[in-house]
Structures are given as C-alpha cells and as structure tokens.
Design a protein around this ligand. Structure first.
Ligand code: HSE
Length: 440
C-alpha cells in the first residue's frame, strides 16, 4: 500500500438514513451497494446506508437490506445519531414525510428528497428552517426524474436572468397523449392501459389532473425567478378533456398536443401554467414520445437549453437522489432554491396568460353565411384568423362541417369572449374547443 494512502486515510463515511423502500428507495440501495468504490472516489469519502424505514417490514424486496438498522417510524430514523443525511423517498405532502423531514432538520441532518408535493406545499417553510439550522435540502429527484434540471438551474445557469422555463414533466400524461396519437385510441382506453401498466400514481388525478407536473413547475419557477414556491397560483388543467379528434386535427395542422408547463416572469407578474397546449410537431417538445420528460430553460445569456430524459423509474430517480447525496458528501452546500430562502420574494401572480395563437375547433351548420358569422364574432373580439380549414367528414350529415381555425396571437379573455358569442350565431353546434398554441 503506498505511503501516501496510509498518511491520508479515507475520511469518515457519510451516513444515510433511507425513509421509503419503494421503487426509488430500492434504487438508491442498489446504487450505494453497486457503486460504493466509484462513489467514494468521486465524493472523497464513502457513502453508506446505516438505517432504513418503510411501512411494511415483511415485504419481499429486491435488495439485501440485512446490513441496515430498521426503524418502523421515519421520524425516529430521521433523529438517529448514526444518520447524517435523511433521504426521504416516501412521498405525500402531509403526515409522515413532512413530520420526518422537519424532525431531520431539527436534529441537524441534511435532507435529500424526491418529494415534489411536500416542497410545493411547504418548500418555503422547510427551506427557512433548514437554512436557519445550517442544513441543506436537495431535491433533484423531485423534478423530471433523472434529468439534472435543478443542478442546471442553480449551478450551470446561475449567471443568467431566466426568461422562461417550460417542460413536459409528467411521463404518464405524455405516454397517454402520444399513445392516443400513435394508435388512434380514445383517452379512456389509453388511461386504462396506463393503469394496467402501473404507470399511474395511486391517485391518478395527480398525473392526469396535472397536479404532479404543476408541483414540479412551481419548484422550477422558484429557482428561476427568485420567488417563494407558489403552487396555488399555477393555472392547472389536466388531460382528461383532450379528445382523439383534436389530437388528429391538430396533427393535420402541424401540431402535437402536450401537457405543457410554462413559467415566465412578465410585466404583469409571474405566469405559471400547466395545461394542454399545441406545440409545433417538429419542435423538440412536439417530438417527445412516451414517458420521457423534457425541460426547456431560457436564460438571457445562454439562450435556450433543452434537457431530455427519463422522468420516473427506479434507476433514473435514484440516480438523481445519489447526485444530491454525493454533492453533500463533497461538501457542496447550496441554498434550497439557489439563493437564501429569506431573500425569495412573494410573486405577484399574473392575472392572465400572455397572448398566444389559439387552435379552435367547432362544428358548423354548413349553410351560406355560417362561416361569416363565426368570423364576425372573432373580429369583434379583436381576434384575427391566421389559418382555417373546413373538413366535411365522410358519413357526417351533409349539413354539418367541422371547421378548424388557427388565430393570430390573442388574449385568453378575448378568446373566451368570442366563444361565448358563438351560441348567438345559431350556426355553431355543440361546444367549441379552444387550445392554446405555445410558441416554443
Ligand atoms: N407520476 C410521475 C410521472 C412520476 O408520470 O412522470 C413521479 O412524479
């Protein structure tokens, strides 16, 4: 053994207490065991798990946990003397996850978490508590799974004033939308398929209602714009009303439908939206298939950066957890949201989204003057038509036509006003559809 090694023995290990032994927790165990040497070299010290906790001790798990102490209660785990970093991969924004995270900070532990809901609801209070105690909270795994987007924003892009953050950050929704498109299947059928495949959260509305993705967007917005996490002001709309007709017709017009998150600071305040949008089919976001995530970051100096990768799953999420753990082992101590929590400001929420082009679909009585009446409603709302297409579907009654319109940029309120007047025309049948087209 070389003398230099004897003179510089490896420093003390960083000791993890792992709360949660589901998909992500087991992924963390596997990486710690499989890459112990690699991690010790990179971190400059060994990283070990000393204790674990989970709801059900007896469950058969695909990992050797025999070397770890067991705690039934994650709060007790968080307070253990042989734990330096509390790794929370249980989930849930109240109850044990919150209690244990608070206990860990109070006991002087650093925290690594994959829990987007916890931080979306309590991020500011937790960050203040951690920073007052000289502790760090890291949460790379909470946003876009394996994509190191928190690191990109807080470190690589720290010299930029961020302009806009966008992304497809729920793989289940992107799976459902792309499968509907590729197989021509309705929402209900593909939703059921996703359930069978185990893609849906225990509460599916977290996925398809846009809530999970909204949590993630609110965390990115806090870092990007130096604002307190403000999930309550995210405009949320899920994918449950996206029809196969609109997916097909948007495709015909050169667009794909995505559950897209957009956060931007405007003269009218902070805009945060997680809603179905049309994006150009040939754009990176438009091309995104299946359960993959994509985050687009725009800064004043760097321009636009596109990050793409797996947004969920054992390996990718555990990879993100371990990136944070290794940073802590290396001695890197960053503020939770990239600047001290006490300096984050209350955002002024923008009352309405920035004007954008809209896709409109409606069924018209196919008779003289019908289109003119619709055009008049749009014109009187100050909305200009960019493209229009009429589709007379085979098998449909002769007196009906589907009309697709793409508008020039319009304010959401003007679109809503025009749509509200369609009923008076006597030629628009049923409810028209309006979907924002995001310029990406
Ligand atoms: N259910 C999420 C998704 C992963 O489908 O992307 C966890 O946030």
């Amino acid at each position: 053994m070389p003398d230099s090694f004897m003179e510089n023995p490896m420093p003390a290990p960083l000791r993890l207490g792992l709360a949660g032994l589901g998909t992500v927790g087991i992924g963390v165990v596997k990486i710690v065991q499989k890459h112990a040497d690699l991690i010790a070299l990179r971190a400059g010290r060994p990283v070990v798990i000393t204790a674990v906790s989970a709801r059900d001790r007896g469950r058969n798990r695909d990992a050797d946990l025999s070397g770890y102490a067991w705690e039934n209660d994650p709060v007790a785990l968080a307070r253990r003397d042989d734990v330096d970093v509390f790794v929370e991969v249980m989930g849930g924004h109240e109850g044990p996850a919150k209690a244990a995270t608070e206990a860990a900070i109070a006991a002087g532990k650093d925290v690594v978490t994959a829990n987007k809901a916890l931080l979306a609801h309590h991020g500011q209070a937790l960050a203040l508590a951690a920073e007052a105690a000289g502790r760090v909270i890291r949460f790379e795994a909470a946003v876009a799974g394996g994509i190191p987007v928190i690191k990109a924003l807080t470190e690589g892009l720290a010299g930029n004033r961020m302009r806009r953050v966008m992304g497809v950050m729920n793989g289940t929704c992107n799976y459902i939308l792309t499968r509907m498109q590729n197989a021509g299947l309705p929402y209900e059928t593909v939703f059921e398929e996703a359930r069978q495949l185990g893609y849906l959260e225990a509460d599916p509305n977290l996925d398809v209602g846009g809530i999970d993705a909204g949590h993630k967007l609110s965390l990115l917005a806090a870092i990007a714009f130096g604002t307190k996490v403000s999930f309550d002001h995210v405009e949320l709309e899920g994918i449950g009303n996206v029809s196969i007709e609109d997916i097909r017709m948007a495709d015909d017009m050169g667009y794909h439908i995505k559950l897209l998150g957009v956060a931007q600071m405007t003269g009218r305040g902070l805009e945060q939206r997680m809603t179905p949008c049309l994006v150009p089919a040939d754009s990176p976001l438009g091309q995104l298939q299946g359960g993959t995530n994509m985050v687009v970051l725009e800064g004043d100096s760097v321009g636009q950066i596109v990050l793409r990768g797996p947004g969920a799953g054992e390996g990718p999420t555990a990879s993100a957890v371990m990136g944070d753990v290794i940073d802590i082992a290396r001695g890197l101590r960053l503020s939770t949201f990239g600047q001290p929590a006490a300096t984050l400001v209350d955002p002024v929420p923008a009352k309405a989204a920035t004007p954008a082009p809209y896709y409109l679909r409606m069924t018209l009585l196919d008779k003289p003057g019908a289109l003119a009446k619709v055009a008049t409603c749009l014109g009187e709302a100050g909305i200009s038509i960019d493209q229009m297409r009429q589709i007379n579907q085979a098998g449909e009654a002769d007196d009906k036509a589907i009309v697709l319109i793409v508008t020039h940029k319009a304010a959401p309120a003007d679109i809503a006003y025009a749509l509200s007047r369609f009923a008076e025309t006597g030629v628009v049948m049923g409810a028209p559809v309006a979907i924002r087209i995001e310029e990406v």
